[in-house]
Design a protein around this ligand. Sequence first.
Ligand SMILES: Cc1cc2nc3c(=O)[nH]c(=O)nc-3n(C[C@H](O)[C@H](O)[C@H](O)COP(=O)(O)OP(=O)(O)OC[C@H]3O[C@@H](n4cnc5c(N)ncnc54)[C@H](O)[C@@H]3O)c2cc1C
Length: 191
Amino acid sequence: MRHTGQCRDVDHDVRPDFLPTTSPTVLDAVVVGAGQAGLSTSRHLVRLGVDHVVLDANEQPGGAWQHRWDSLSMADVHGVADLPDAPAPGTSAARANLVVPAWFGDYEARFGLPVLHGVRVDSVTSEHDLLVVRGGAQRWTTRTLVNATGTWTRPFVPHYPGAEAFAACSNGHVSRMLSADTAGTVPACMP
Ligand SMILES: Cc1cc2nc3c(=O)[nH]c(=O)nc-3n(C[C@H](O)[C@H](O)[C@H](O)COP(=O)(O)OP(=O)(O)OC[C@H]3O[C@@H](n4cnc5c(N)ncnc54)[C@H](O)[C@@H]3O)c2cc1C
């Protein structure tokens, strides 16, 4: 697929033929997560010819960015890191939760990254010298694993005195922020 340098719609059902689902062989690497960290890793693994698969729980490309609130524009974000060989989309009034996921999807297709969406990894166990990665009924055996799962669904919430009495920001903050946006208000907290 030719890259135009523009964010655009990509047919995400089109996948490389070599995409391993429940690999019968031993992979060199499994990457868990297809956000910026996972995609960057995969790009370099492809470049180096390392046999791998990227497993991502989200059904669509976009990592955590697809879950940002609708009022967050590309002019509001605190900069977006480039991906290898692909500069980040620039500042604009467009929604970040559309622009960045489109950029990720384009990136996956452009570089033929072996990303499997809709696979939530449930467990990683050691078997002899190998790792067994399980997601639902599927499993992959690999020599190495890269954990690129981000913090969006599992934030680290430090303890601080008086936290119990502070109502604006607590566990479950992601859904709070999204529901705040739905109600037409600005989200009250940042993690
Ligand atoms: C509210 C907020 C605002 C932010 N604003 C900015 C900003 O303006 N600019 C900026 O550069 N950064 C911003 N960030 C940080 C931003 O989230 C990171 O820069 C970026 O998303 C990190 O990418 P990542 O690849 O580490 O993780 P993520 O983008 O979170 O990707 C992780 C992926 O792993 C997947 N995953 C998790 N668990 C599993 C599992 N068990 N099995 C399979 N897949 C799994 C998830 O589905 C997800 O797709 C913000 C963060 C937050 C929370």
